[in-house]
Design a protein around this ligand. Structure first.
Ligand code: PMP
Length: 434
């Protein structure tokens, strides 16, 4: 009893640091669990259910059982030398400039940790960071943990023309509204193109506008490009760092998980000028210090292959988007057919659909302040076995309530999975009409 008394006394003050206030909720914890418990078909969280390419898994096998036992030990802190070297070569090609693998490239535990390093390294107490909505949800808590203030600016949907389906390109920034968000306090803007969750691929004009404002107000750009290879319909992914005045103020974030369909490996990177990268390295060396050597070795080999096959039909970066475009089209058709109006994504492996015609399917919960899209996705996974993610999870608290009629699906799935989703939707449609 003496022990429990003293424990209790110690617990009477808050144990958590102030920086954790109001960031303790995380949509993924809840929805991943719901999907694991109820889903027959999981189109929720963003990961492929098809295998990673053979050349990548073979590279891992070779690294594991080959002669170099040092691959089981620590490697260079900021990135395994073969990986930073090949990333530098690759990005030299993409950006048209010389890069130093040791100072312009840093490897992290997924793009997630690369992002965390950016915010910790570049954002101070009192700094404002502009975030374009809808956004990959971790940006907001990461800015707050660094002591910064997120400032949100929404992509605004323009109604589609003559009854056609909407495209992610119909969601646009209002230039005056965007400009109004830049101030003396603005330290950085987060850009995510191709965008999760909409699949929007920002045009040269849109990027030009953002770049102009960054230069005018001396603002940094954290450019999350993890879906850089997943662009459809002949569209082109443009790197904002290649626009005038932007290299010096941009950190590019990438992910082997997304690039090589191996999200569980958690290998990501940041590419940028040393004047920014040196501070990312300080965060890195004082937090994670080092990422799994063997995964870095295999990813390096994957990139060496892709460098050799660059632009050729055998390249995975050419093949994967082709396959995914087909899958996108199937899911678009499945959803359109049942009246869950899809917004056709130009990139990524996500697709947002309009569920406003399904309100009568979902029982009203009296006095609930849970938004419709949350109630809908929970109801759908429990009653139909189909998992998705509510779109309002990708909005700030202030703007959430304007976007509760949409849900996000992931279509990086085996054809059989997409067919099973279609079967669920078709059955549902029949039940509704009978
Ligand atoms: N950025 C975006 C936009 C993402 O969608 C994701 C993963 N869902 C990440 C970063 C994190 O990538 P990683 O798995 O490499 O940490």
């Amino acid at each position: 009893t003496f022990l429990s008394h003293s424990l209790q006394a110690k617990m009477s003050r808050p144990v958590q640091a102030r920086r954790l206030e109001r960031i303790d909720k995380n949509i993924w914890v809840e929805f991943v669990k719901l999907a694991a418990t109820y889903s027959k078909v999981n189109l929720g969280q963003g990961f492929p259910d098809f295998p990673a390419p053979g050349f990548l898994t073979e590279a891992l096998t070779r690294a594991l059982s080959g002669g170099n036992h040092m691959l089981h030990q620590y490697t260079r802190a900021f990135g395994h030398p073969p990986l930073v070297k090949v990333l530098a070569q690759f990005f030299e090609k993409l950006l048209g400039r010389d890069l130093d693998p040791m100072t312009n490239v840093m490897v992290a535990v997924g793009a997630y940790q690369a992002l965390f390093c950016c915010f910790q390294a570049l954002v101070d107490e009192g700094d404002e960071v502009i975030i374009i909505e809808p956004f990959f949800d971790c940006y907001e808590p990461m800015v707050k943990m660094a002591g910064g203030t997120p400032v949100f600016v929404p992509l605004r949907p323009n109604p589609p023309k003559d009854g056609k389906l909407m495209s992610s390109a119909d969601w646009q920034l209002d230039p005056a509204e965007l400009a109004s968000k830049f101030s003396e306090q603005t330290k950085a803007i987060v850009l995510n193109s191709p965008n999760n969750p909409l699949g929007k691929v920002f045009s040269r004009e849109e990027l030009g506008l953002i770049a102009e404002l960054c230069v005018k107000h001396d603002v940094l750009c954290i450019s999350d490009e993890v879906y850089e290879w997943l662009v459809y319909d002949g569209k082109q992914h443009i790197r904002i760092a290649s626009l005038q005045g932007m290299w010096d103020r941009t950190v590019i974030i990438g992910s082997a998980g997304k690039t090589f369909s191996a999200t569980g490996w958690k290998v990501g990177w940041a590419v940028g000028p040393d004047r920014l990268m040196q501070h990312l390295r300080t965060v890195h060396q004082n937090s994670v210090y080092h990422c799994a050597t063997i995964a870095q070795e295999a990813v390096a080999q994957g990139f060496q292959r892709e460098l050799m096959l660059y632009g050729k039909p055998e390249s995975y970066f050419v093949q994967l988007p082709k396959e995914l475009q087909q899958k996108r089209d199937w899911l678009v058709q499945s959803l359109d057919d049942v009246g869950m109006k899809p917004i056709i994504p130009e990139g990524t492996y996500f697709l947002v659909a309009d569920i406003s015609q399904f309100k009568s399917d979902v029982p009203d919960v009296p006095n609930s302040d849970e938004p419709y899209d949350y109630r809908f996705t929970k109801w759908m996974v429990k009653n139909k076995g189909l998992a998705a993610i509510p779109l309002s999870a990708f909005y700030s608290k202030a703007h959430k309530n304007n976007y509760t009629n949409f849900i996000r699906f992931c279509f990086a799935k085996e054809d059989a999975t997409l067919k099973a989703a279609n079967d669920i939707l078709q059955k549902w449609k029949q039940e509704k009409t009978s």
